[in-house]
Design a protein around this ligand. Structure first.
Ligand SMILES: *Cc1c(COP(=O)(O)O)cnc(C)c1O
Length: 420
């Protein structure tokens, strides 16, 4: 099936007389005829549900759809994107291990890796993702166990050279994890370029309506944990789980199975079946919505690029962007819906601009159907001086605009009037 069809059809195929629409199975628990059968479930010898912390029929159907969209062997949903990042890393790393991560990542990822995981002994080095391969290689250590980056970085909007990062990871026998939140599998499928694991905050475009937090981890099945020789936790018995050896018992699904039966079991950051149902509704229209987000963002970016009231603009989908060649290669159908730009007149002018938007709402969220805007210097980063802002790559005039799927004429008119 083509990807637009998978958005609608994958994951749930009702049998004769069953509900046409994916049902919400709001049950923590499942009933069995015999204890023997339940025992087999716990030994992972039978496929089935035993507790919603680990798996649920509604959630499982949505996981199957997302795995199909990304082209992976399996997926596991989480209660939020942050939990997906946490479990994606913890499935691989223990205290004493090291991760190499693009410096252009979501602030939450930056804190999770740089502050919280470092408290638990997992070290991280943040690198300039645009640096040449051999320069980034210098930051790889003997204990480095994963390389990470974002397809389109939130909010910096760097486009990741996925093949370069995959080459870096694989020459060191470690996997590449890509956060594909802003691109979604509609615009880019990182597995096709060598990524091994994909994660998402489904709270953004996948849900698309700003109604349900969520995250997901997708396993390509391509990384050979045994051949690498660096991952004994995959190739020796897990005594906390009946002595299973993930690579031997689960083959290509070793990683995603370990993530579920070991980490989700212990951490419990499970999505609710209700939220899985809402995410599925969003996914059904994902292809249509992404097309419109891209078209609208390109028109808005072109308007801003040609406007004298605008100091600078950053949208990877513009021909003038330094990322244009990477966009052409990795996401030829569009560069998603988020733009950043500077209003002439600095911090004060940017604040005025935000206050005068009528259609675009001031919110912290990005990437849903409604156009919204954020001025970090007067909100999320307001305690910082201009010099401090510059150090973290945010200018005082920076406005982050998440272009929605309204009629673009109305979006541009709103921006035009607010700039006036
Ligand atoms: C929002 C976001 C996250 C975190 O996801 P939540 O669902 O908010 O926990 C992670 N990565 C990226 C790129 C994001 O935009």
């Amino acid at each position: 099936m083509k990807i637009e069809t998978k958005c609608i059809q994958s994951g749930y195929t009702p049998k004769n007389g069953e509900p046409r629409v994916l049902p919400i199975v709001q049950s923590t628990t499942y009933k069995y005829d015999t204890s023997e059968y339940m025992g087999k479930l716990f030994d992972l010898e039978e496929n089935g549900f035993f507790y919603t912390r680990l798996a649920n029929p509604t959630t499982a159907a949505v996981e199957e759809k997302i795995a199909a969209l990304e082209g992976g062997v399996g997926a596991m949903m989480t209660s939020a994107g942050q939990a997906a990042t946490l479990i994606a890393v913890m499935t691989i790393c223990s205290a004493g291990d090291h991760i190499l991560c693009s410096a252009a990542v979501y602030g939450g990822t930056f804190n999770l890796l740089g502050v919280t995981l470092s408290r638990f002994g997992i070290e991280v080095t943040f690198v300039d993702p645009d640096a040449p391969l051999d320069e980034i290689q210098k930051f790889i250590k003997p204990n480095t166990r994963a390389v990470m980056g974002e397809t389109i970085a939130n909010p910096a909007l760097n486009v990741l050279d996925i093949e370069k990062f995959a080459a870096l990871a694989h020459r060191n026998n470690i996997p590449l994890i890509v956060d594909n939140t802003f691109a979604t599998p509609i615009l880019c499928r990182p597995f096709e370029f060598g990524a091994d694991i994909v994660i998402h905050s489904t709270s953004k475009y996948m849900d698309g309506h700003a109604v349900a937090l969520g995250g997901v981890i997708v396993d390509s099945g391509n990384f050979d944990w045994a051949a690498s020789g660096k991952f004994p936790a995959f190739t020796t018995p897990d005594n906390s789980y009946h002595g299973v050896i993930y690579t031997e018992n689960f083959g290509k699904a070793a990683y995603i199975t370990k993530a579920r039966v070991q980490l989700m079991r212990d951490i419990g950051s499970t999505p609710s079946p209700q939220n899985a149902f809402l995410l599925n509704l969003g996914l059904e229209t994902l292809a249509l919505r992404m097309q419109r987000h891209c078209e609208n963002a390109k028109k808005v970016a072109t308007f801003l690029e040609n406007d004298i009231r605008v100091e600078w603009i950053n949208y990877p989908g513009l021909a003038s962007s330094k990322y244009a060649p990477l966009v052409e290669k990795y996401m030829p159908n569009g560069a998603s819906g988020v733009i950043s730009f500077g209003v002439k007149g600095g911090r004060e002018a940017a604040t005025h601009f935000l206050n005068n938007l009528k259609l675009a709402a001031i919110v912290t969220h990005v990437a849903d159907a409604r156009t919204c805007a954020l001025h970090p210097a007067s909100t999320t980063h307001r305690q910082m001086t201009d010099a401090e802002l510059k150090e973290c790559g945010i200018s005082s005039d920076l406005v982050r605009l998440s272009v929605g799927i309204e009629n673009v004429v109305d979006i541009i008119e709103d921006i035009d009037k607010a700039l006036d």
